[in-house]
Design a protein around this ligand. Structure first.
Ligand code: SF4
Ligand code: SF4
Length: 55
């Protein structure tokens, strides 16, 4: 769901996620699919277009 080549670890998706499903792990955003409710906020926010919740 997160393209690690694109993610710059800005932290914005972590802050915007309403269910705290995203963490920065080793400098890359990581989504916990068990917590994610697929609201799309992180995908819409990401300045690098690194997130695709449909994958
Ligand atoms: S918003 Fe995008 S670039 Fe920023 S940490 Fe999240 S996935 Fe990475
Ligand atoms: S789609 Fe919504 S719930 Fe899932 S990780 Fe992104 S912001 Fe969080």
């Amino acid at each position: 769901m997160v393209d690690e080549k694109k993610c710059i670890a800005c932290g914005g998706c972590v802050a915007i996620c309403p269910v705290q499903a995203i963490k920065i792990v080793k400098g890359k955003a990581k989504i916990d699919p068990k917590k994610c409710i697929r609201c799309g906020s992180c995908m819409n926010f990401c300045p690098m277009n690194a997130i695709d919740i449909n994958k």
